[in-house]
Design a binder for this molecule. Structure first.
Ligand SMILES: C[S@@+](CC[C@H](N)C(=O)[O-])C[C@H]1O[C@@H](n2cnc3c(N)ncnc32)[C@H](O)[C@@H]1O
Length: 304
């Protein structure tokens, strides 16, 4: 395990471990505390990912990363949420440090109970208690579009990567590669998000489950039927086509993720590339597959 560069402010007791807390909510930094709280509520409700489910989704998320993983790597999962990707990667690398600034870390402790090469910490992306050049790989999966200043957070993530090490990111795309109808539907969905994300927890979760049932499920299953009938290109262009292969549990979770979150930013592929370069990364590889955009870059220097 890697060591922390400063002592924690205090510790909290998770279901299985004592977790060091480094986040000081009194200090305003590059973090949206409302977003962090809503995710803690989300991961409290959704933390029963089976290994099969995670493995299935990982084929999309980590298509460009899986062949770069090595058994001697020390990895940090920044904004780990439920801990599903920390768990997935823990069997492929030497150690994983899973960090999240909110009480999501308690859900991660639950999911990661059987995993021995993982340590947890409650801390955000921009005040991480690690020396420069600590990790062989930093992951940030669906996190940095929920912070006020994405580039600043990305730069801090890259700071803790060793020269020659890797940084993997998934950020929401800006729909630049979609047609007009799709974009209009998105505008409507986005207006709904702004309203739904302000609701208290119980109605927010209920509305999002209804959206999963009444919109995600029929649209995704309709697309799946088209695909089976051979209309693959049409199925690929359907809204929510990512969910054609996903379970209803994943749809419910993602509907809450999508509509329950007050701050989200979206980026073009060029914007993601520019930010990665500005954060000091080179050899940047994007996946053409969904979810858009996910990319991996290397920090220049000696190979680790
Ligand atoms: C959409 S969830 C993604 C969780 C996980 N990476 C996954 O893909 O399952 C976003 C997570 O980012 C965390 N987060 C929000 N602001 C953050 C920040 N400034 N630094 C690190 N994590 C943050 C939230 O608490 C939440 O758990």
């Amino acid at each position: 395990m890697v060591s922390f560069s400063r002592p924690p402010i205090h510790t909290i007791q998770g279901p299985h471990r004592s977790i060091p807390v480094f986040t000081d909510p009194g200090i305003v930094s590059n973090i949206d505390h409302r977003v962090v709280k809503s995710f803690a509520e989300e991961w409290k409700a959704f933390h029963h990912f089976t290994d099969e489910e995670t493995e299935h989704i990982s084929r999309h998320y980590f298509d460009i990363l899986k062949d770069l993983l090595r058994g001697d790597m020390h990895v940090i999962d920044i904004g780990c949420g439920s801990g599903r990707w920390s768990k997935w990667i823990s069997g492929r690398v030497a150690s994983v440090t899973a960090v999240d600034p909110g009480e999501s870390i308690l859900a991660a402790d639950e999911l990661l109970a059987p995993v021995s090469n993982v340590q947890l910490a409650m801390v955000g992306a921009d005040d991480m208690p690690f020396a420069d050049h600590t990790f062989d790989l930093a992951l940030s999966v669906g996190v940095l579009h929920h912070v006020p200043d994405t580039l600043r957070a990305m730069t801090e993530c890259v700071r803790v990567v060793k020269p020659g090490g890797l940084f993997y990111i998934y950020l929401y795309y800006d729909l630049g590669n979609r047609g007009v109808t799709y974009r209009v539907l998105f505008r409507i969905a986005d207006a709904l998000r702004r309203i739904i994300s302000r609701l208290p927890r119980v109605p927010r979760h209920a509305v999002c489950t209804s959206i999963a049932l009444l919109v995600y499920y029929p649209v995704a299953r309709g697309g799946e039927l088209m695909r089976r009938a051979g209309a693959t290109r049409l199925a690929d262009r359907m809204p929510l086509c990512f969910y054609q292969e996903q379970t209803f549990y994943v749809m419910r979770n993602d509907a809450l993720d999508r509509f329950g979150t007050s701050l989200e930013q979206r980026f073009s592929r060029d914007e993601v590339r520019n930010m990665m370069e500005a954060a000091g990364l080179r050899d940047i590889t994007f996946s053409d597959g969904m979810p858009w955009w996910h990319a991996v870059g290397r920090k220049p220097g000696e190979n680790t």
